[in-house]
Write a protein that binds this ligand. Structure first.
Ligand SMILES: Nc1ncnc2c1ncn2[C@@H]1O[C@H](COP(=O)(O)OP(=O)(O)OP(=O)(O)O)[C@@H](O)[C@H]1O
Ligand SMILES: [Mg+2]
Length: 249
């Protein structure tokens, strides 16, 4: 059965897109058939894969009901439904559409290929696009930046997940949280790790994604971390997180 993950956090810049790309590539390298969906109007995921100019075949037109998108085939096990910048208009344009929170779920249900994993990159908000991701997902994965204010916002996401569970998607679960941009030399980062562990217990992944410049450099060359620098801490950390998630299933 397909496992659909929404990678979600309304705080910006916490590592959602980096995680979707490198988890997706990680799954596909382990021969899991994987579909990535870029649901962020910034189109960062599509840009980091060189796929941001698919004007006739993208998630924006699909949400507007113009067509069923044909996923871009990166390789046999990795497909992508890209975004374009026009997606920024979607929240307003879809405001009067009945059942507008369920549009992505319908698109996913109609995909003809059968995938092991579908991973959705959410925008940094809890608006209509993120609600669509949560309504379509089986599980939520939350990257948490290792700093005080990032932890502060977690309550809001948990409340949103509960509301979606009640009203839109009773099967939705929290898969887990993991820390990103972690620097163990910083006392604050270590404190945050403890705070998150206390608050979320077994829902916190063992893997911590360390602060690693290669993770920031790789998208400039439109590469995943394994292709860009396979021995970097970023590659090791994302390989470990991929393994942890696969083991949970
Ligand atoms: N572990 C890391 N170490 C160093 N830099 C990182 C790490 N993870 C992500 N980055 C960099 O931090 C920036 C933000 O990451 P990313 O775009 O993945 O976050 P995001 O949550 O998707 O942001 P947004 O909310 O804007 O969509 C990017 O420049 C990315 O390359
Ligand atoms: Mg992003």
């Amino acid at each position: 059965m397909t496992k659909v993950y929404a990678v979600c956090n309304h705080k910006g810049g916490v590592g959602k897109t980096t995680s979707v790309l490198n988890l997706g590539v990680g799954f596909s390298r382990r021969r899991k058939k994987t579909l990535l969906i870029d649901l962020d109007p910034q189109s960062n995921l599509s840009q980091s894969m060189g796929l941001d100019e698919h004007f006739d075949n993208n998630i924006y037109g699909a949400l507007k009901g113009e067509y069923q998108p044909e996923p871009v085939v990166v390789n046999k096990n990795l497909h992508v439904i890209p975004a374009i910048l026009d997606l920024s208009g979607a929240e307003l344009e879809l405001a009067a559409v009945p059942a507008r929170e369920l549009l992505l779920r319908e698109i996913i249900e109609k995909t003809s290929d059968s995938y092991d994993y579908i991973v959705i990159d959410c925008p940094p908000s809890l608006g209509l696009l993120t609600l669509n991701a949560l309504a379509a997902a089986k599980s939520v994965i939350i990257p948490v930046q290792s700093e005080y204010l990032a932890v502060h916002g977690l309550k809001k996401i948990m409340e949103t997940i509960e509301i979606v569970k009640k009203r839109l998607n009773s099967e939705l679960e929290l898969e887990g949280l993991f820390l990103t941009q972690y620097d163990k030399r910083k006392v604050l980062n270590r404190d945050i790790r403890e705070t998150v562990a206390e608050a979320f217990g077994a829902k916190v992944f063992q893997t911590v994604i360390r602060d690693n410049i290669a993770l920031a450099e790789a998208p400039v060359s439109q590469m995943d971390i394994y292709t860009y620098k396979k021995n970097s801490s970023g590659a090791l950390d994302y390989a470990s997180l991929t393994k942890e998630i696969l083991q949970k299933n």
